[in-house]
Design a protein around this ligand. Structure first.
Ligand code: PMP
Length: 294
């Protein structure tokens, strides 16, 4: 794509905006948009493989659910969101790329109360963001730091929603990790249990079994659920439970999962080191096959 690598407000192509495709550079919001000041925004991240959006239905449903959790209704049905997403992908001509639907409260009302704001929605597609981590990092495994930020309790923040406000501590964690030469950070939760990465879920391979934290205060990723299915199909035992960080001392392999991360091996978390193991390699290959299966 001619626009690859350019700033995200200065690209060719079109963006679906409140019901129609508009020129990319015209898809703007006013500076007094409620979402910009008070984080009243929900979004999705999706991948296009061979021209098809992977798990489109699940992502579109999660967008609707996230908005409901934040107290607003996306003014489009599940089917309309799916059709709009496919229309945007078709118009872009992109066969392998990334889709970003977003819904937010507009500028009709300022302040904490926002009952009368209009709800907007946009969908953008790009293809220079194929991998969250570089191909080299993906094949060798990534190094992760510990974040000083913790995932909040479900009665402290709307943790089941994929909403803008929850990413504040992810950006802070990621910046701190990158400043020290790491690729990403692992976040604990409010109880001190292992939670997730800044944009991906985490799995531990312990003695041939797969262990992953119960997603009771962070996103139950769509990739996470798909990978659990792939592991079970391989007769790998998957255990969802509370995991304390010192269990990494008896863990042989670790990987993270996410729409952008796919299945990415982890070779280091703070003081702990891991191999890119057999389970990780098997599930990476199975995942690559699944996303391209018609
Ligand atoms: N946790 C966070 C914080 C994320 O941003 C993501 C990416 N959406 C995930 C987990 C993984 O979710 P999914 O597999 O649905 O992309």
């Amino acid at each position: 794509m001619a626009s690859a690598g350019k700033p995200f407000d200065d690209r060719d192509g079109t963006i679906w905006y409140d019901g129609k495709l508009v020129p990319w550079r015209d898809a703007n919001v006013h500076v007094l948009t409620h979402a910009l000041h008070y984080a009243s925004s929900v979004f999705e991240g999706e991948r296009i493989y061979d021209g098809r959006i992977f798990k489109l239905r699940e992502h579109s449903q999660r967008l609707i659910d996230s908005a409901r959790i934040l107290g607003f209704a996306v003014p489009w049905s599940l089917e309309q969101i799916e059709a709009a997403s496919n229309e945007t992908v078709r118009a872009s001509g992109i066969a392998d790329g990334y889709v970003r639907p977003v819904a937010w409260r507009g500028p009709e009302q300022m302040g904490v109360a926002a009952q009368h704001t209009k709800i907007h929605m946009a969908i953008a597609v790009w293809d220079d963001w194929k991998a969250y981590f570089t191909p080299e990092a993906r094949s060798k495994g990534i190094r992760m730091a510990w974040s000083k930020w913790r995932r909040p309790a479900p009665d402290t923040a709307p943790t089941a929603a994929k909403c803008a406000g929850l990413y504040m501590i992810c950006t802070l964690s990621k910046h701190a990790a990158e400043a020290e030469g790491y690729e990403d950070a692992v976040m604990l939760d409010w109880r001190g249990q292992l939670a997730e990465a800044t944009g991906a879920n985490i799995f531990l391979g312990i003695d041939g079994e797969l262990h992953t934290p119960t997603p009771d205060c962070f996103l139950d990723g769509i990739t996470r659920r798909a990978v659990i299915g792939l592991a079970k199909a391989r007769n790998i035992k998957v255990i969802e439970r509370a995991i304390m960080p010192d269990e990494l001392g008896r863990t042989q392999e670790v990987f993270v999962t996410g729409t952008a991360a796919e299945v990415t091996p982890v070779t280091e978390i703070g003081q702990y080191k891991f191999q890119v193991g057999t389970m990780t390699k098997t599930l990476m290959a199975d995942f690559d096959k699944m996303v391209r299966a018609s």
